[in-house]
Design a protein around this ligand. Structure first.
Ligand SMILES: [Ca+2]
Ligand SMILES: [Ca+2]
Length: 294
């Protein structure tokens, strides 16, 4: 936990420095109607493989530009170069972050390394599970695969960004600026949580409290950070272009995506990524699962 805080404070300081160079955010963040995100053209296909299995949303094949352009405010060089990724297969993504109820069901069923994740007073039930390591997240997918006979796993970083963008190219899936109508996150400037507009939570919000993106997926940005499969690379120069996870580079850390309830807007951007040791955990860190569809 201490290490988590040190890491977070370090990255918060770096992000704060970057943010300090950016123009001040507007005092009111209500998105103009013209910038409101589009509703899905058709209802996304959803399924659930068992009563205690998380609801899943099917993502269709497609291509997208991964990363952020040099012109994006607050971005880091590790978000480039922008490169085209072709995902030629269908896959399923958790409609929500994995919840405490889902985690506790896994433990009760004999899985998840019998690790009773603590909620640190943030709440259980339909709140996202926290205090779980990358190793714990993998354990959940192993249990779920055994229970269902399906291939559950973590998302690759590319799959995560494709699903989070949902066809958009803006810094956030809903538009150019952070907005508490669409996400649970922190203050505009360092540090701490924020309550504004639809975002009425100091800490974690129940999953699905905010509108879904155009792929029908909730809370990709904010609420809790989400572990993905990949090892860390300092740039995207050598990373896979087909949706596969990065398996080389620095595997002493694993990638996390999407920012959390405590994050500043700069870390909430869809292209932002960070990495932490796979045995690290904290009140900001949860995960989302994927399922292969073959
Ligand atoms: Ca909040
Ligand atoms: Ca999230």
């Amino acid at each position: 936990m201490i290490r988590t805080w040190i890491l977070l404070l370090g990255t918060m300081a770096a992000a704060s420095a970057a943010f300090a160079q950016a123009p001040a955010a507007p005092a009111k963040q209500a998105a103009p109607k013209a910038a409101a995100p589009k509703a899905p053209a058709s209802k996304p296909e959803e399924f659930r493989d068992c009563d205690i299995c998380p609801p899943m949303v099917v993502v269709l094949p497609g291509s997208f530009d991964m990363g952020s352009p040099a012109s994006e405010k607050g971005r880091s060089s590790n978000e480039g170069p922008v490169h085209k990724v072709d995902i030629a297969y269908r896959y399923a993504v958790g409609k929500h972050e994995v919840t405490f109820a889902e985690w506790d069901a896994c433990v009760a069923d004999g899985g998840c390394r019998q690790y009773k994740a603590r909620d640190h007073g943030l709440g259980r039930g339909n709140k996202p599970v926290i205090d779980v390591t990358w190793i714990h997240a993998k354990a959940y997918t192993i249990w779920l695969s055994g229970k269902t006979g399906k291939e559950y796993r973590l998302l690759s970083e590319a799959e995560w960004e494709y699903a989070a963008r949902a066809g958009t190219k803006t810094p956030y899936w809903w538009g150019p600026a952070a907005n508490h109508e669409y996400s649970n996150y922190g203050k505009d400037k360092c540090c701490g949580s924020e309550v504004r507009g639809r975002d009425q939570w100091e800490m974690t919000a129940p999953v699905g409290s905010f509108p879904p993106n155009a792929f029908g997926i909730h809370d990709m940005l904010g609420n809790v950070w989400e572990w993905v499969e990949d090892c860390w690379q300092e740039t995207y120069d050598v990373t896979p272009r087909d949706g596969a996870p990065t398996k080389d580079g620095n595997c002493n850390v694993r990638v996390m995506r999407g920012g959390a309830w405590s994050s500043m807007p700069v870390k909430l951007r869809v292209a932002h990524h960070d990495a932490y040791p796979p045995d690290d955990r904290g009140e900001f860190i949860g995960f989302r699962i994927a399922r292969s569809m073959n």
